[in-house]
Design a protein around this ligand. Structure first.
Ligand SMILES: NC(=O)c1ccc[n+]([C@@H]2O[C@H](COP(=O)([O-])OP(=O)(O)OC[C@H]3O[C@@H](n4cnc5c(N)ncnc54)[C@H](OP(=O)(O)O)[C@@H]3O)[C@@H](O)[C@H]2O)c1
Length: 281
């Protein structure tokens, strides 16, 4: 049995469906069973990273876990999960972390994940760490301004980054959860090409069939926009300095890990844009 946490989210939903396609028995965790809309073939379990008893039930009889935690509580949440897993005899955890600079330039989000990673390592359970860069699906944050004004506002300037398709992250997770040789590995995950926001907007424009304009903005305007969109201030504080990193060209590196682990090329931003065009119309 494989437990998928974050099973209702962008990556977790994909992990669930790819594990099912591989013929695996899946238990999917959510805080709200009524809202979860999980595949009828999974065993759904109610669980919350804040509630240790719920985690003890979720990991019962489980061999491997896909661990998806988020936010500043990541360290404590993953510690709760890892300790329950240790008690239950789980032998392998695949953790979704984040790319986030080297020792000197670590961003805050990666630091949250490092705490979670440490907590898992302390239990001695086998660990695989996935280190994706920006998700292609972050473009969904542009939905409103695209629908209303045909514009995309960003503080990334001309900086390039290779966004990664969530389905590819899930594909690597699925491989790691279903085949041997991934324990002790860390996998940096990027899409196949580094693109500026202007280039992403051009691709999206072609997929939607509507002219779009990229409007560069400064960090302060970006901060205001994120707050208006309801983003928690802790996350805004974590994301704004990251824009400078991108503008400086430090986030442009393309990794081949998806091809290496899955044996097929990574999906392109054009693929993602075609699949998701309807969301912007
Ligand atoms: N977006 C990016 O560009 C990017 C880049 C690198 C790394 N990441 C990492 O990717 C992760 C986010 O992945 P995602 O976008 O797939 O997530 P998401 O779509 O936001 O989904 C979050 C999931 O977490 C579950 N969850 C939230 N709080 C929980 C709690 N207290 N207990 C149990 N489950 C809880 C939710 O389940 P229920 O609501 O059903 O309980 C939901 O399934 C984060 O760790 C982030 O750091 C993101």
């Amino acid at each position: 049995m494989i437990l998928v946490t974050g099973a209702t989210g962008t990556v977790g939903r994909e992990v669930v469906s790819q594990l099912l396609a591989a013929g695996k028995k899946v238990r999917a965790m959510t805080r709200n069973l009524a809202k979860a809309r999980l595949d009828s073939r999974v065993e759904a379990v109610k669980g919350d990273f804040n509630e240790r008893d719920s985690l003890a039930r979720a990991v019962e009889g489980v061999e491997r876990i896909f661990s998806l935690t988020l936010g500043p509580q990541t360290g404590i949440h993953e510690k709760n999960l890892a300790q329950a897993a240790k008690q239950a005899g789980v032998r392998h955890i695949v953790k979704l972390s984040a790319m986030g600079g080297d020792e000197q330039t670590r961003n805050v989000i990666r630091k949250w994940h490092d705490e979670g990673e440490r907590a898992i390592r302390e239990t001695g359970i086998g660990l695989t760490v996935l280190l994706p860069g920006a998700f292609m699906s972050n473009a969904l944050h542009w939905r409103e301004s695209i629908r209303a004004q045909g514009k995309v506002f960003s503080n990334y300037g001309d900086g390039k980054l290779p966004p990664v398709h969530p389905r590819d992250i899930a594909a690597v997770a699925t491989r790691a959860l279903t085949s041997d040789g991934h324990e002790g590995k860390s996998y940096p995950l990027s899409g196949p090409e580094a693109l500026s926001i202007a280039e992403q907007v051009e691709i999206l424009s072609g997929a939607i069939g509507k002219p779009l304009e990229y409007i560069p903005i400064n960090d302060e305007a970006a901060r205001v926009g994120m707050a208006k969109a309801g983003m928690p201030s802790l996350l805004i504080d974590a994301l704004v300095p990251f824009a400078q990193f991108i503008r400086d060209g430090k986030a442009a590196r393309v990794f081949q890990t998806i091809q290496e682990v899955t044996g097929r090329p990574a999906f392109t931003f054009s693929d993602w844009a075609r699949e998701n065009a309807a969301a912007f119309r």
